[in-house]
Design a protein around this ligand. Structure first.
Ligand SMILES: C[S@@+](CC[C@H](N)C(=O)[O-])C[C@H]1O[C@@H](n2cnc3c(N)ncnc32)[C@H](O)[C@@H]1O
Length: 216
């Protein structure tokens, strides 16, 4: 797929492609829902979905006993699809248009969820910025649920190169502020029928002894 020459490529994708035809589309994001519901059952009351785009996961958040729900995405067009789908219920959600590697502050949340956004960060400096935001955002004892293509997953997503992870690699990227507590693999079938290996990692936000981000 050609990149949009000037604008936000994600806005261009969301504006030009059918939502239920993009490779990452899930009619029912059941893995994410299950892992989020587990964190809610343990007391989590606030959640931010990072790179949530037009995902139907936010519809499921609205059925959980959550007091604060936010969806952050670089694409206003992606978020607009979700808002439109939810109608009046969209008012119960904070919609944050921003690049996860440059957003300064989104407040504090109990749960951070990301399916298929982190794996687009190819530059180490961007991954560090992502992790620093996650550290600032997730309260100690809270959880980050991060799904990426697994090591045997595709090398590209929507034409863009990605990094693939095993849970241990992802935990290493997240540094000492997070502790891997659970992981699962899942084979996603795209609307075109292509199998894609994902890994879902659940990490607990822990107090860290050393400065992982010192100097950057
Ligand atoms: C593959 S889609 C996954 C969407 C959604 N999480 C899902 O599972 O359906 C990746 C999403 O991440 C968003 N995204 C990509 N890079 C981003 C960035 N640097 N900051 C915030 N969002 C980003 C895209 O706009 C898109 O909505």
């Amino acid at each position: 797929m050609d990149a949009h020459p000037t604008g936000n490529q994600w806005d261009w994708i969301y504006a030009t492609r059918a939502l239920d035809a993009v490779g990452w589309f899930e009619p029912d994001p059941s893995n994410s829902h299950e892992l989020v519901a587990e964190a809610v059952a343990l007391g989590g009351r606030s959640i931010i979905d990072v790179g949530g785009g037009a995902s139907r996961l936010v519809d499921q958040f609205l059925e959980l006993p959550l007091e604060r729900i936010a969806v952050l995405d670089i694409s206003e067009a992606g978020l607009a699809h979700a808002r439109h789908r939810l109608g009046a219920r969209a008012d119960a959600v904070e919609w944050i248009v921003g690049d996860v590697v440059s957003v300064d502050d989104v407040g504090e949340f109990d749960i951070w969820h990301d399916r298929a956004a982190f794996h687009f960060l190819l530059e180490e400096a961007d991954r560090r910025r992502y992790v620093r935001l996650a550290e600032r955002t997730v309260r100690i004892g809270g959880r980050a649920i991060i799904a990426t293509f697994a090591d045997d997953g595709p090398e590209r997503c929507s034409g863009m190169p990605v990094r693939r992870y095993e849970p241990a690699d992802l935990a290493a990227e997240c540094g000492p502020g997070f502790r891997l507590i659970d992981s699962r693999r899942y084979v996603h079938h795209t609307p075109a029928g292509v199998a894609q290996s994902f890994q879902y990692s659940t990490l607990e936000r822990v107090a860290r002894a050393t400065g992982h981000d010192a100097g950057s």
